[in-house]
Design a protein around this ligand. Structure first.
Ligand SMILES: NC(=O)C1=CN([C@@H]2O[C@H](COP(=O)(O)OP(=O)(O)OC[C@H]3O[C@@H](n4cnc5c(N)ncnc54)[C@H](O)[C@@H]3O)[C@@H](O)[C@H]2O)C=CC1
Ligand SMILES: CC(=O)C(=O)O
Length: 315
């Protein structure tokens, strides 16, 4: 059932182990699960492997505390790092996770120089930027995950408004960074061919936008000892192997060579699929640029501040 691809997942905690399980279950790739905790990735990998006869997966999965097994990975998903607790923002994780992501990227790139890096660790935009800097990869090979999550949350909350349609019929987009200032684009949200503003009153839409922006905090406040991991562990690699009409956009990052270029590049979540889809998306978002321009600028500023803190920390 698997297709010969190899995905490494670094971090065998909540997000990493769940992502590994999903990739394995679907047979998208053989999986290497890496963690610094002795026995943790090995134990989880064997446990997942033993589920193969039940899930019907013939993929392989191994756990490791070092990186030799990861050699030749097509994709490396980076989930290693600390997660926030109630009262913390994603940004509070910055310097601790910067050091972890830096060392992990050095290790994985040494083994898989042609891989695609997919950082998940928070604060995501800053970590993706870090991975980009440390790896020296072209921006197309450093792809942050969160817009899949943010957009999934937005679509879920819209679907809860008794629209009586499948979530698959809700075509929506969230732009900007994966932080409190993310920008759900109400103006380009379409349900069954209808603009969302025709189906849901403005007050409710405002509340849905806010709930999407606070989606991570909502779950942290329930869990108290960690953050969300089921929705965040959607295996993005499946998007590459199985593109569909509901393919979401992805965030790619480029170097902050100037304020303007940081804004433009940091905030462009480029569809990771066909050029035709990209043109379609641009066409849909362009009319709303004026309305979302300022919120996107705020989101870019927030990301830039984090990148500057990292640069000053010189880690
Ligand atoms: N961008 C996004 O949308 C999301 C990001 N996250 C972030 O993902 C990260 C992981 O979250 P969880 O899995 O819930 O945390 P967790 O605490 O369950 O797992 C983290 C794992 O990383 C491992 N680790 C730490 N340092 C390491 C290193 N140097 N090398 C290898 N492994 C190392 C730990 O041993 C632990 O097993 C957090 O930073 C969290 O904020 C979580 C959900 C969504
Ligand atoms: C953890 C996180 O970033 C989220 O749930 O959005």
């Amino acid at each position: 059932m698997h297709n010969g691809s190899k995905v490494t997942v670094v971090g065998a905690g909540n997000v990493g182990a769940t992502a590994a399980q999903r990739i394995f279950d679907k047979g998208y790739a053989d999986v290497v699960l890496v963690d610094i905790v002795d026995g943790l990735p090995q134990g989880k990998a064997v446990d997942i492997l033993e589920s193969g006869p039940v899930s019907g997966s013939d993929a392989s999965i191994v756990g490791a505390n070092t990186y030799e097994e990861t050699a030749g990975s097509d994709v490396v998903v980076i989930t290693s790092g600390i997660a926030r607790k109630p009262g913390m923002s994603r940004d509070d994780l910055l310097l601790t996770n910067m050091k972890i992501v830096t060392s992990v990227v050095n290790e994985v790139v040494a083994q898989s120089p042609d891989t695609v890096l997919m950082p998940v660790t928070n604060p995501l935009d800053a970590m993706a930027q870090r991975a980009f800097q440390v790896s020296g990869f072209p921006k197309q090979r450093v792809v942050g995950m969160p817009d899949i999550l943010d957009t999934a949350r937005f679509r879920t909350f819209l679907a809860m408004e008794r629209l009586d349609v499948s979530v698959e019929s809700i075509d929506a987009w969230v732009l900007g960074g994966h932080g409190d200032s993310m920008v759900p684009v109400v103006g380009s949200t379409i349900v069954g061919g209808q603009p969302i503003s025709k189906l849901i009153p403005k007050g409710r839409l405002d509340a849905i936008v806010k709930r999407t922006q606070d989606g991570g905090a909502e779950i942290v406040n329930y869990l108290k000892t960690g953050s969300a991991y089921y929705a965040p562990s959607l295996p993005p690699s499946s998007r590459w192997s199985r593109p569909s009409s509901s393919t979401r956009s992805r965030l790619s990052l480029a170097p902050p060579t100037s304020k303007a270029s940081t804004d433009r590049r940091t905030l462009r979540r480029s569809p990771g699929q066909a050029g035709s889809e990209r043109r379609g998306r641009d066409h849909r978002v362009r009319p709303h640029r004026r309305r979302i321009g300022r919120p996107l600028q705020r989101s870019a500023d927030a990301v830039r501040e984090l990148v500057e803190v990292m640069d000053n920390a010189n880690g």
